[in-house]
Design a protein around this ligand. Sequence first.
Ligand code: SF4
Length: 148
Amino acid sequence: MQERESNSKKRIMVSACLLGIKCRYDGKSKRNKDVIEYCKDALIIPFCPEQLGGLSTPRIKATITERDSVINFAGEDVTENFHRGAMETLLIVSITKPDEIILKEGSPSCGLTETNVNWERKKGSGITTTLLKRNTNIPLKSEILLQS
Ligand code: SF4
């Protein structure tokens, strides 16, 4: 019975920090009550590409460079971690087959229309979002558009 109920629910993958999970680089969340309200009747699948990529929490803030690599504030190249997290997210998508994915704007991983390039918020997609756009047809939604 329980299984049938969860099967009929809409499945939504959500950048975990929007749900109040303290997975951000600073060890905090970006809880978004409108996103939580939007998802209240859905089966929620939280994900955090930077954690999935093997980075610790808290961690040193990172940005995308003009050469599409990712460096952190200490000057370390964390591109491999960002790509690994993106690939792991894609694997979760292929396993769970969500109906939609809600993404945290401005992030070098999850940004949908804005990301972080050279330490500035700029138009563009994060590393994970870019991979999702290229490899899935699942609707991607910005947390900003869900805000009332
Ligand atoms: S990688 Fe995505 S889910 Fe993780 S903290 Fe950054 S914006 Fe949130």
